[in-house]
Design a binder for this molecule. Structure first.
Ligand SMILES: Cc1ncc(COP(=O)(O)O)c(C=O)c1O
Length: 193
């Protein structure tokens, strides 16, 4: 009997080909821009997703933290779903390292956030409140693909209030493949907000 461990995709192991690719990769000093493999990965990712540039981070937690620290300063606030990985599962890093306050919101049954709830939690410009700066979304969320139209409308809503938007795309390509459309086009579309 073969048992497939579905606790998480993170329990998978690299294949022999992946190990070989890692072992044989050309390396160099990334700080000096001399690591051709990292440079190629960043260039390929930026091109694939339609961005000016990309930056390799060795973990998802680090990526999310860098995004939060880029968008928010001390006393700022981000909105995120209660189950958002960067809110629930990342050691409160934004608060610990950035003095950034989370404002968690309840998910609707399909994992989305209610636009009225997003709007109601954007704080007025008043020194009593933290400054709401950022809406954090995630796709997939807990293994579920988030509807594309929702990502677009939630992002547009955030922007209309002067907020930035961040997407935790740890499983961006899983969401893209699940759409049934051309995966790279779909990944670019999902990341475009
Ligand atoms: C949606 C999501 N974001 C971020 C992370 C964090 O990634 P890492 O374990 O590489 O820090 C995970 C980890 O599984 C995740 O599921």
């Amino acid at each position: 009997m073969t048992i497939i461990d579905l606790r998480s995709d993170t329990v998978t192991r690299p294949t022999e080909a992946m190990r070989l690719a890692m072992a044989r990769a050309e390396v160099g000093d990334d700080v000096l821009g001399d690591d051709p493999t990292v440079t190629a990965l960043q260039e390929r990712t930026a091109e694939l997703l339609g961005f000016e540039a990309a930056l390799f981070m060795p973990s998802g937690t680090q990526s999310n933290l860098c995004a939060l620290l880029s968008h928010c300063g001390r006393g700022d606030e981000y909105l995120a779903g209660q189950d958002a990985h960067l809110y629930r599962w990342e050691g409160g890093g934004a608060a610990v390292l950035g003095g950034i306050q989370p404002q968690p919101l309840a998910h609707r049954p399909d994992g989305t956030l209610d636009p009225a709830d997003i709007e109601a939690n954007i704080k007025p410009d008043d020194p009593h409140f933290p400054r709401t700066r950022l809406l954090c979304l995630e796709n997939t969320l807990g293994g579920r693909v988030v509807p594309a139209a929702y990502l677009d409308s939630a992002t547009a809503l955030a922007r209309s209030h002067g907020l930035a938007a961040h997407l935790d795309g740890a499983r961006l390509f899983n969401a893209a493949v699940a759409s049934g459309r051309e995966p790279f086009d779909e990944a670019r579309r999902i990341a475009s907000g």
